[in-house]
Design a protein around this ligand. Structure first.
Ligand code: OOG
Ligand code: MG
Length: 255
């Protein structure tokens, strides 16, 4: 099957919220390289429908996340404007396959960043940081996938919510995080779980986008990756991520 065909399949699954079999069932030889081509082509389809790119998301940057999905390599995906959800707002469960929420740190890029950079150089390109929730939604049946599958599926990217931007010099190396579902704590973690320091995720982002001929541009949002395992969302559920020093961010799932 052509990369274009695979891109149409994952794009359609994301657009309609209908689960698909893993691409690697039909094509066991699909490489990670192929998968990133499929991802790029699927995003091109979204852009052709009028969406625009607003940044990138990093994935599998913590042990908790790697263990939850059984893939242990850092991955990335593209964010578009329609994925952004209003802070304190709601989203419809019906539009997703099996959405999960995870607490993340978001960076706002102030200066162009790409290629091999040091953590200090990465921090120098940051304009602000914010608490965030990423809504992930693997399009694959049973949320089960291999590395090429998840990469082709834009690294399960489906939505994100941003809290208030904090000054870029706010220390973010070891901030406590609680993820609450309907007021009950369901995950406890720290920003240190993200590669030891979330800025390392930004360093990886700069390296990975460069490998695909892209840059992190001023105004881009970079999600650093879930600091804890993700929590499955059911209709009526309200999730809130509370971050030490950064404040909280929340979203509700409706029918
Ligand atoms: C893959 C996406 C991982 C993260 O923050 O680690 C991710 C998945 O878990 O479905 O977004
Ligand atoms: Mg994530």
């Amino acid at each position: 099957m052509s990369m274009e065909k695979f891109a149409a399949i994952v794009d359609e699954a994301a657009r309609t919220g209908n689960a698909i079999p893993q691409l690697t069932v039909e094509s066991p030889d699909l490489s990670v390289e192929d998968a990133y081509s499929i991802q790029a082509l699927s995003i091109a389809r979204r852009l052709a429908r009028g969406e625009h790119r607003v940044g990138v998301k990093m994935g599998l940057t913590s042990r908790a996340k790697m263990i939850q999905v059984g893939v242990d390599e850092v991955i990335w995906g593209r964010l578009t404007n329609t994925m952004r959800l209003e802070e304190g707002g709601s989203f419809s469960r019906a539009k997703y396959v099996h959405p999960r929420a995870e607490p993340e740190i978001a960076f706002l890029i102030g200066k162009p960043l790409s290629g091999e950079v040091s953590p200090l150089e990465a921090l120098a390109a940051v304009e602000a940081v914010a608490p965030a929730i990423e809504l992930i939604d693997s399009r694959y049946e049973n949320f089960k996938f291999t590395l090429p599958d998840v990469v082709a599926d834009n690294s399960s990217s489906s939505g994100f919510v941003l809290g208030n931007w904090a000054p870029k010099d706010t220390p973010i190396d070891n901030l406590g995080i609680l993820l609450e579902a309907d007021g009950r704590t369901v995950q406890v973690g720290s920003t240190a779980a993200i590669l030891g320091h979330p800025v390392r995720s930004l360093v990886q982002a700069a390296r990975l986008v460069a490998r695909w001929g892209e840059i992190l541009a001023p105004g881009d949002i970079v999600l650093a990756g879930g600091a804890t395992a993700a929590h499955a969302m059911t209709p009526g559920m309200h999730v809130r991520a509370v971050f030490q020093d950064l404040g909280s961010v929340s979203i509700r799932c409706v029918d």
